[in-house]
Structures are given as C-alpha cells and as structure tokens.
Design a protein around this ligand. Structure first.
Ligand SMILES: Nc1ncnc2c1ncn2[C@@H]1O[C@H](COP(=O)(O)OP(=O)(O)OP(=O)(O)O)[C@@H](O)[C@H]1O
Ligand SMILES: [Mg+2]
Length: 219
C-alpha cells in the first residue's frame, strides 16, 4: 500500500460560517493504481488532495505512506519533496524561471547533482516532445504545454504517488488525450500511482478506480 488515509475530517471556519468539507474520508491506494475522485465544484476535491499531499492540515484523521504514519508535527517537506508529486489545479509554474529550470528546482531541494538534474529534466522534456521548449518561460508556452510541464515537474523526483488536481482542466481534447496517455504509460512502465481529482469523464475512463466525493465522504 502506498497511501492509507483514515477518517480525514476538515472544516473551514470563516467569520460568517463553518463549512464542513471532509467528513470522514477513507482511502487506500496501491502501487500502480490510478484512482480518480469526482464530485461537483465545491465538493472538497482540492481540499482532500492538499491534505493528502501534506500541503494543508486536516482537523483529524491519519495518513500513512508505505506503512508509516505521517507525524504532522515532523518535517513534512522531506516527504513532500521525495515521495509525492503535486500537479496543482492552476499549474503554478514559476514565471521567472524557464521550463527546464522549473524542472530543476524540485531536484535541487533533495540535493540532486546539477548535471544529473539537468539530464533528468531534458529526458523528461524529450519524453513529452517538449525538448524545444526547455529555454522558454511559462508565459511563452501554450496552456497545454504548461499543464504537461507541470506534470513533468511532479514526476522529476520519481515520487511514489502523484496527486493531480484537474490536470486536464484547461486542455482541449487532443492535449487531454496526450496527458492521459502519459499517465497510463507511467503506470504501466513504472508502476506509478496517481490520485486525480477531476470533472472530466475522459479521465475517469483511464482510471483503475473511480470514487465520488459526496457530502464529505468518498464512495
Ligand atoms: N481557505 C478556505 N477557507 C474557507 N473555505 C474554503 C477554503 N478553501 C475552500 N473552501 C471551501 O471549501 C469547499 C471545498 O473547496 P474545494 O476547493 O476543495 O472544492 P473542489 O471540489 O476542489 O471544487 P472545484 O471543482 O471547483 O475545484 C468550497 O465550498 C470552498 O468554498
Ligand atoms: Mg478544486
């Protein structure tokens, strides 16, 4: 088992109201599994991914990676950098850095040698047919290309699990199909696991398991 989340609960409190978003979510993900979470806008999909990606806190519940319970007071950044890859709903590439540099930064964080980081970055860009975009800035590439670079960035450190929030959200059909092909290739070749939040039925079609987030619970 890569991930086991048990009884995850999350409430947002604003001055006006209390929004109970996650109400006892349980989830297990095995190696090489693509799990898709669907649910209407506002159902809590991004909230769930941020919590499982150790980007946001939950109020209660436990998360295990590869059999180890994550201690929320420990250094989470090392687990985030080494075991997890995150594709944000809005790609979040760093605008001041080139495409290639965006792929080098996560590797620098875990101490990869610069030459190895560069060759890994270029290999991934090649794999995606983006080698001629390496020196472009995010503002100089298309939406589909940005989304593909964002997925590559999540993969650079060979994470055990990639969490992707609406990875096809801003893509046309052709680009969606390309991205999904990459995801299924990675599962088939490297036993890569994915948890994907989406509204998109075509994403659900490649999933090993489709769950729906409803009233704060997965079913
Ligand atoms: N920081 C916050 N403070 C208060 N409420 C929040 C906060 N973040 C999210 N919410 C609320 O929590 C609910 C779940 O939001 P979330 O972004 O997880 O939904 P989602 O399923 O990802 O939606 P979408 O499909 O539109 O991306 C929404 O009602 C949202 O307004
Ligand atoms: Mg969302």
């Amino acid at each position: 088992m890569i991930l086991k989340a048990t009884d995850i609960r999350k409430t947002y409190r604003t001055r006006a109201e209390k929004i109970q978003v996650l109400n006892g979510v349980n989830l297990e993900i095995s190696p090489g599994e693509i799990v898709v979470v669907m649910g209407p806008s506002g159902a809590g999909k991004s909230t769930l991914l941020h919590i499982l990606g150790l980007i946001d806190n939950c109020d209660s519940g436990s998360i295990e990676f590869e059999g180890h319970v994550v201690n929320m007071t420990q250094d989470l950044s090392s687990i985030r950098a080494r075991k997890l890859g995150f594709v944000f709903q809005y790609h979040h590439l760093l605008p001041e850095f080139t495409v290639l540099e965006n792929l080098l930064i996560p590797q620098t964080l875990i101490g990869t040698k610069p030459a190895d980081a560069k060759s890994r970055g270029l290999d991934l860009l090649n794999f995606m047919g983006l080698e001629n975009r390496a020196e472009h800035y995010p503002s100089q590439i298309s939406g589909g290309e940005k989304q593909r670079v964002a997925l590559l960035r999540a993969l650079v450190n060979s994470p055990r699990l990639v969490l992707a929030d609406e990875p096809t959200g801003n893509l046309d059909l052709g680009n969606s199909v390309l991205l999904l092909k990459l995801i299924t290739n990675l599962r088939d070749e490297f036993n890569q696991s994915f948890l994907i939040a989406t509204h998109d039925r075509t994403v659900a079609d490649v999933a090993d398991r489709v769950l729906s987030l409803d009233c704060g619970k997965l079913s």
